[in-house]
Design a protein around this ligand. Structure first.
Ligand code: SF4
Length: 339
């Protein structure tokens, strides 16, 4: 860290960087710090699993703060694959994730010449990732220990450097802990905050279905990168043969998303004669003729041709003409369970 950044006492105005999710707690943290006359700049980190979204911009606009959304997808993969503190109930590596995001926020803080970071974390709100020791671990992982202020719980935590230096008055920070939302709701009224998403909502790593798909993908392709993650969010997933992923759209929007995600060497499949879903077949090993037949039969099973004796399925690769093959739709009773 450069001395110019640490020498904030020499500066006339101290700025804070808010690790901003757009949720109520992060909005309240901003309000509490601004009340002390400190300018707040918000930063939001985006990955295939969380971050971004229209509501974040709306929240920042309502608060009147500048917001930067930074894509950290690639760098995040290492955190996701090897979290030092493990996962939560699903594939959510919350302690490492927070530590990583705060490290990124710290770098952003240095870049814009801000003095400290604030978060909407509340002590004890989440059983594993927001205990006192977990918050300590997060600070250590971030590399910015002492410069991270949690305005909603600050009086229950050790004093931070901004408090010690007098940039912040500790007595005007709060002592909220636990899962109750009562005090946050009162504060929301006081600050006139009306629109905010539910706490912790929106992180796909906390969902069972995405986690299951992710585990399977990592098992087959430990080297999978951020660009492999998006397909996990759409359709029904099956593995054909050893390691060929078949994703069948469940609705029009998913068919469109899958079409957009298909790569040059993926196959697209669709029943030619009846309405039905679009599917992407992605090989992670060896794809045989039998695998293609099995995939086409499964695609036909989810189409209006499911009760026909035979179905004609079109199969092609992006920007190539393709061909049609005839298959017997997989009987409903023999349909494998999706991953
Ligand atoms: S819920 Fe998701 S975004 Fe939030 S800390 Fe956990 S892994 Fe990260």
């Amino acid at each position: 860290m450069k001395s110019t950044w640490q020498d904030k006492e020499l500066m006339t105005t101290v700025k804070a960087v808010s690790l901003f999710s757009g949720g109520l707690d992060s909005q309240l943290a901003v309000c509490l710090i601004r009340e002390q006359g400190i300018e707040v700049v918000a930063v939001n980190f985006q990955t295939p699993f969380f971050g971004g979204g229209v509501y974040i911009f709306e929240a920042a606009r309502t608060l009147g703060i500048h917001l930067e959304v930074i894509d950290i997808s690639e760098e995040y993969m290492e955190v996701l694959k090897n979290p030092r503190y493990g996962y939560g109930k699903n594939m959510n590596p919350c302690i490492d994730c927070h530590g990583f995001m705060l490290r990124q926020a710290g770098q952003f803080m240095e870049k814009i010449g801000a003095g400290f970071i604030i978060t909407g974390e509340v002590l004890g709100q989440r059983p594993k990732s927001q205990t006192k020791s977990a918050l300590g671990a997060v600070d250590k992982l971030s590399g910015y220990r002492g410069y991270i202020v949690r305005p909603l719980s600050a009086r229950l935590l050790p004093p931070t450097i901004p408090e010690e230096k007098g940039w912040l008055d500790r007595n005007r920070l709060l002592d909220i802990s636990g899962r109750s939302r009562t005090r946050q709701m009162e504060l929301a009224q006081r600050y006139g905050l009306k629109d905010y998403p539910s706490p912790a909502g929106g992180c796909l790593l906390t969902t069972e279905s995405i986690s299951r798909r992710l585990r399977k993908l990592f098992e087959l392709r430990p080297e999978a990168g951020a660009e492999d993650m998006h397909i996990l969010k759409y359709g029904r997933h099956f593995y054909i043969g050893q390691d060929n992923l078949l994703v069948i759209g469940r609705k029009h929007e998913e068919n469109e998303a899958l079409t957009a995600l298909a790569r040059r060497d993926d196959y697209l499949l669709k029943v030619a004669t009846h309405p039905g879903p679009l599917a992407v077949l992605r090989s992670m090993g060896q794809l045989t003729g039998d695998d293609i037949q099995a995939a086409a039969a499964l695609v036909a099973r989810y189409s209006d041709a499911r009760d026909e004796k035979n179905a004609l399925v079109r199969i092609w690769q992006p920007n190539r003409p393709g061909q049609k093959i005839t298959v017997t739709p997989t009987p409903v009773a023999q349909t494998p369970s999706p991953v």
